[in-house]
Design a protein around this ligand. Structure first.
Ligand SMILES: Cc1cc2nc3c(=O)[nH]c(=O)nc-3n(C[C@H](O)[C@H](O)[C@H](O)COP(=O)(O)OP(=O)(O)OC[C@H]3O[C@@H](n4cnc5c(N)ncnc54)[C@H](O)[C@@H]3O)c2cc1C
Length: 394
């Protein structure tokens, strides 16, 4: 069935994850008319499957991604200030073991740099701890080979709820949004994207937009190919799995190294249970088909047991699990070395693509994206300046 009305918006956004939601919020607050299209339910993609940390990402310092870490730490501060309902400080212990890849000195240097890059932070400063202090704070940790460690602060976020909070604020300011509605094709005029065809159940409809934004995260390549079949991939997703086990009684989150690897993983108190994650493996299939494998579960259980005094976690202890795809920028580098920075890219048809980045920096990415969209408008001065740096999220 074909409907007759063909509405027109300043901006059509494809994808209701955190990137789509935050661009929608920023754009309506500036005075643009916006339509947001999501094929499932809002926040059902990667944005509800993260490790739920609003953080700078200590490990990116080792890749010299100082700007990325600095920006993320600034955004962590803004999230704690403007979204206290959804983002809270979280204490971390980083125990250092003799068999580990990083020495205590190296971690202390990293923490010093991390603190330096978060100068405006209101969180307490990091501190060095002796072995005995670590064990008294976290008695379930294995004492074998423990040399000492660091206590530091980052933040924990309710990732799914943050997506909805952004959409609610946007809806209160005129956002039109559709869930369970898929963009199936682009409408072109003189080779330029002027609209999209959306499908919901048996209904299909055309909607038109001055700007069309692809914010589909791990699905970005699919939309890009729909626009330009010969397009090179934009993202090379990697899969990240988490398991949830009954509360291990952790008073702090733990930052740990995967045994015999450089990779870090976390054990985090989460909704009265303990969240353990994550894996990082290349994924080339259809993003709709990801699932956690037994190998993923075993990898995380082995890593956790390596550090637990009683080493008893088995698959029977897993009460839940979830898996997501990191929409990392396509590059030849190995998965864990690929930049977590974001890209805003315009294809020959004028279709904009926003992808990559960290959840923590969503507000900043939205601001840059909307600045760009407004700068292309014939009358940019009619729009308001960005307000999301100080606007509370209810
Ligand atoms: C395992 C893991 C752990 C992470 N941990 C952290 C962390 O602790 N801290 C942090 O800062 N970042 C973290 N990240 C990164 C962060 O979660 C992602 O960068 C972010 O959620 C990506 O959001 P997005 O909106 O781009 O994508 P998504 O949330 O995936 O949204 C894209 C949406 O597009 C929709 N869509 C696709 N195709 C169509 C179509 N044709 N029509 C309509 N809609 C469509 C999808 O249904 C989906 O909802 C993590 C990522 C992973 C995978």
């Amino acid at each position: 069935m074909e409907l007759n009305q063909d509405p027109h918006y300043d901006l059509i956004i494809i994808g209701g994850g955190i990137n789509g939601a935050s661009v929608a919020r920023d754009a309506v607050l500036r005075g643009l008319s916006v339509c947001l299209i999501e094929k499932n339910s809002f926040g059902s993609g990667t944005s509800s499957r993260s490790t739920k940390l609003a953080h700078g990402g200590i490990r990116y310092l080792e890749h010299f991604e100082f700007t990325l870490v600095y920006e993320s730490l600034r955004e962590r501060h803004l999230l704690l200030q403007n979204a206290p309902k959804y983002v809270k400080p979280l204490k971390f212990l980083y125990p250092i073991y003799k068999s580990g890849y990083r020495s205590l000195l190296r971690v202390r240097c990293g923490m010093w740099l991390y603190s330096l890059l978060s100068r405006n932070s209101t969180l307490p400063k990091h501190k060095r701890l002796k072995k005995e202090d670590i064990l008294s704070l976290c008695p379930s940790l294995s004492p074998y080979g423990l040399q000492g460690g660091i206590i530091y602060y980052d933040a924990q976020m309710k990732d799914y709820e943050l997506v909805l909070a952004n959409i609610n604020d946007a809806s209160n300011h005129g956002l039109i949004s559709h869930e369970n509605t898929t963009v199936t094709n682009f409408i072109k005029d003189n080779k330029q994207c002027t609209g999209v065809i959306i499908k919901s159940g048996d209904l299909s409809k055309k909607i038109y937009g001055s700007t069309i934004l692809n914010a589909t995260g791990p699905w970005c390549n699919e939309l890009s190919k729909l626009d330009e079949p010969s397009a090179k991939p934009l993202v090379a997703p990697t899969k990240g799995a988490h398991i949830i086990v009954n509360d291990l009684g952790l008073s702090h989150a733990l930052t740990l190294e995967i045994p015999n690897e450089k990779r870090m993983f976390f054990m985090i108190p989460w909704e009265n249970n303990t969240l353990i994650g994550t894996t990082d493996t290349p994924f080339e299939g259809n993003p709709d088909t990801i699932s956690i494998t037994n190998d993923d579960k075993q990898y995380l259980l082995n890593a956790a047991n390596h550090y637990l005094k009683n080493q008893t976690l088995t698959e029977n202890d897993i009460i839940d699990s979830f898996v997501g795809l990191r929409p990392l920028q396509y590059s030849e580098k190995t998965a864990s070395r690929r930049s977590r920075d974001f890209s805003l890219f315009e294809s020959n048809s004028g279709l904009l693509h926003l992808f990559g980045g960290k959840y923590t920096s969503y507000r900043h990415m939205a601001e840059i994206t909307v600045n760009h969209i407004i700068s292309q408008h014939p009358n940019p001065t009619q729009f308001y300046p960005c307000t999301t740096q100080s606007r509370m999220l209810q």
